[in-house]
Design a protein around this ligand. Structure first.
Ligand SMILES: Nc1nc2c(c(=O)[nH]1)N[C@H]1C(S)=C(S)[C@@H](COP(=O)(O)OP(=O)(O)OC[C@H]3O[C@@H](n4cnc5c(=O)[nH]c(N)nc54)[C@H](O)[C@@H]3O)O[C@H]1N2
Ligand SMILES: Nc1nc2c(c(=O)[nH]1)N[C@H]1C(S)=C(S)[C@@H](COP(=O)(O)OP(=O)(O)OC[C@H]3O[C@@H](n4cnc5c(=O)[nH]c(N)nc54)[C@H](O)[C@@H]3O)O[C@H]1N2
Ligand SMILES: [Mo]
Length: 678
């Protein structure tokens, strides 16, 4: 940055890089090349001038004294977190030397990588895919988040776009289905509140109501993983009571008659036994839904994180077809995004063409097992913290503590994962790097160029992979571009969806080559289904369950089913770097239903132990009526803090690495735990 610019105070457009459906825009206030504060950007189509509680003081994160500013090389025992400072050049050479040795001795399948959701901007998030494609190393199946939800939706509607949250203004009823709007959909909070002022109803269907109790007309609590049974019973009632548009289902739904024959069995009484929701409540909910003219379902990802997660989301999607809800503006479903990142060609970033051999695949949810295998000799982690976020944390930790696993972690803070590294590389924050921002909820695309200088030796993910490619001696020109050059190259080759836009909007996309900004695209067409034959699918190609049906979670009937709930002031483990936020989020708590707690002799505030065959974790009990009977919930991602790594004190130590029905995704909400007073 030129000196005269650096001294100036400036106000620059920036975007939030974190994993929310909105990727809100804001203004970065800078002075002397430093971030001094942030303020709302009224021009951003999702944020409209507002900032969520997490981003309100982004400068405290960016300027945190806890940031890693130089590369570090391990001098202590594995996991001890004792390092010496080193230069970037020394570390790049060291990594390249070790990788060349491993590649020579064991081949590319000995090298694995992990990326999380530290940044979900396409270049900085996915550049590692291109790097490891070129190397021919292991491939990561990235299904830790909400892949089963999207897969369930697509089973019915294919690539048909779902509702942009801005369309919710026109809905006349909101079913907030396993979606923690208060935490994860900040911009939609206003829409719901405004809707209620106009007399529209908000009904929440949850395992743990939490803040949604204050934002809803009613919260219906159900057992984890039982949502499919509720949806089936609602379809049963709609047909039974003549409220379903059966002519529509028969005309446009492939296989409706076959499914119709199964519906008789799914009575409200049947569903009550599975869900715990009283039969009359199911009937009332079905009628309310049918009587609305443009009802919208806000589908969260919690529903999808169990054995039948894909099926549950498929059934909820199918429910929206029963009253032809999409035919009215604002009706339908919001929360899936089959057209994610459609506005740019992401293959230009991940470069599948650079891969010349098929690598070993590692499912992200089974990372622990993979890195415990001595055949994996090196792990590269960026923008993620698997020690705290992946299932079976004890297995992950066993892998990370292997003396013979050469681990490199590219991080901003000394996380539990970084502590286990052989080499730590310092990472930049979003405002110190450039990228696109392609949210998975709103139909918008932004570009955000670097606003402030990276401190110390911090480098972006892209710049780090570039340096590593150079140290490896690769001559592939792809790795020589700057991130800004790559952005330009991507914009120079617009995808068909952009080419089809009116000239005026295409010109706005073109402007993203020059400066930070956001382009808003027209809402999707929800009425012509982007399926193979233009019909939506009641019966699908799913070989195991062509006709949709309910099947139970892995969890079993005894004990409590543990679910994860997003924190309001944190985003997974992000923002826990802020002491003020750590203070507000407080102790590691487990939320229990009043009757379940009573049965176990547990009172609010008691120290308890939650255990199953995978681990034992201590919590403070919070006892409330706002959680379904038979469920237990933990808010947020937790870290080990201190203590013996052989017993991880994070909720994920209780999560099995089992996979969901569709998309081989996480089942972190499908675990049985025994909870007792200590
Ligand atoms: N118990 C529990 N487990 C969960 C969840 C939960 O709610 N509860 N949520 C699940 C879900 S939905 C997800 S998506 C995953 C998330 O899993 P992860 O992505 O593994 O976890 P995060 O805590 O988001 O960690 C992101 C890390 O990336 C770093 N980072 C941020 N930006 C950058 C960058 O630009 N470059 C680099 N190199 N690093 C960066 C941050 O400092 C942070 O430590 O966790 C899953 N696991
Ligand atoms: N403030 C904040 N914002 C976030 C995040 C965060 O951690 N904090 N995380 C970000 C990430 S990575 C993601 S993926 C998104 C989405 O983040 P998600 O973690 O998917 O959160 P939601 O989609 O809001 O839905 C989670 C809700 O599902 C509920 N739930 C769990 N199991 C079930 C079930 O079986 N049935 C039903 N009906 N409900 C269930 C939980 O109680 C919880 O309230 O949000 C992003 N935004
Ligand atoms: Mo996520």
């Amino acid at each position: 940055m030129r000196r005269e610019q650096a001294d100036q105070r400036r106000r620059l457009k920036a975007m939030c890089p974190y994993d929310c459906p909105s990727m809100c825009g804001f203004y970065a206030e800078t002075e002397g090349g430093r971030l001094t504060g942030v303020s709302g950007d009224p021009g951003h189509p999702a944020a409209r001038g507002r900032l969520c509680g997490k981003m309100r003081h982004y400068e405290l994160s960016v300027n945190s004294g806890e940031r890693i500013l130089t590369p570090l090389v391990r001098t202590g025992k594995k996991g001890e977190g004792v390092f010496r400072r080193a230069s970037f050049g020394e570390c790049a050479e060291l990594i390249a030397r070790r990788w060349k040795e491993i590649l020579g001795e064991s081949g590319p399948d000995a090298i694995a990588h992990y990326y999380g959701s530290g940044t979900v901007t396409p270049i900085q998030r996915m550049c590692g895919t291109a790097f490891f494609n070129y190397m021919g190393a292991c491939e990561l199946v990235h299904t830790l988040c909400c892949a089963a939800k999207g897969a369930g939706y697509e089973e019915v509607l294919g690539k048909t776009g779902c509702l942009d949250p801005r369309e919710l203004q026109s809905s006349d009823l909101y079913l907030v289905w396993g979606c923690s709007v208060a935490a994860t959909r900040f911009p939609s909070l206003q829409t719901l509140a405004e809707g209620r002022r106009q007399g529209k109803k908000v009904i929440t269907i949850e395992v743990y109501g939490g803040q949604m109790h204050n934002l809803s007309d009613e919260v219906i609590l159900l057992r984890p993983g039982s949502d499919g049974a509720l949806a089936l019973a609602m379809m049963h009632v709609l047909v039974r009571d003549g409220l379903a548009d059966e002519a529509y289902l028969e005309k446009w739904g492939r296989g409706y008659p076959e499914f119709r024959r199964t519906l008789d069995a799914y009575t409200p009484g049947w569903a009550e036994k599975i869900t715990g929701v009283p039969a009359e409540k199911i009937v009332g909910l079905s009628h309310l839904y049918a009587e609305a003219s443009a009802p919208a379902i806000l589908l969260g990802s919690g529903v999808s994180r169990c054995r039948s997660g894909g099926m549950n989301c498929r059934l909820i999607t199918l429910l929206t077809m029963f009253t032809a809800s999409w035919e009215k503006e604002g009706g339908g479903l919001c929360g899936c995004d089959p057209s994610e990142a459609d506005w740019i060609d992401t293959d230009m970033i991940t470069r599948p063409d650079l891969r010349t051999r098929e690598g070993r695949t590692i499912n992200i949810n089974q990372l622990g097992e993979a890195i415990s295998d001595p055949a994996i000799r090196s792990l590269y982690v960026y923008a993620g913290n698997p020690a705290n976020t992946v299932s079976d944390a004890n297995a992950v930790m066993r892998g990370l503590l292997r003396e013979d696993l050469f681990t490199v972690v590219h991080e901003r803070f000394m996380t539990d994962t970084a502590k286990c590294a052989d080499v730590v590389l310092p990472a930049t924050f979003s405002v110190e790097q450039s990228d696109f921002y392609a949210p998975y909820g709103y139909r918008i695309l932004s570009a955000g160029y670097r606003c402030v200088d990276p401190p110390g030796e911090c480098r972006s993910n892209w710049d780090t992979f570039r340096a590593l490619a150079e140290a490896m001696g690769w001559d592939e020109p792809f790795f020589r571009q700057t991130e800004e050059e790559l952005m330009r190259a991507v914009l120079d080759r617009p995808v068909p969806a952009v080419l089809a836009l009116p000239e005026e909007i295409r010109a706005q996309v073109e402007e993203l080559k020059e400066r930070s900004g956001t382009v808003s695209f027209p809402f999707g067409d929800h009425l012509s289904w982007k399926t193979r034959d233009g019909f939506f699918r009641v019966v699908s190609d799913d070989p195991e369950h062509p006709v949709p049906e309910y099947f139970p979670p892995y969890g079993g009937e005894e004990d409590l089913q543990l679910v994860s709930v997003p924190g309001i002031l944190t985003l997974n483990g992000i923002f826990t770097e802020r002491p003020d936020i750590r203070e507000k989020t407080g102790a590691r708590e487990i939320i229990l239903n009043t009757e379940d707690a009573e049965e176990r002799g547990i009172a609010d505030g008691d120290a308890v132990l939650a255990e199953n065959e995978l681990g034992q974790v201590r919590f403070t009990a919070r006892v409330t009526d706002r959680i379904a009977r038979g469920a237990a919930a933990v808010v947020g991602v937790h870290r080990q803090e201190r203590g013996d790594a052989s017993s991880m004190q994070v909720p994920n130590a209780l999560h099995h690495a089992r996979l969901s029905d569709l998309a081989a995704a996480t089942t972190m909400n499908d675990n049985t735990v025994n909870v007792r007073k200590l």
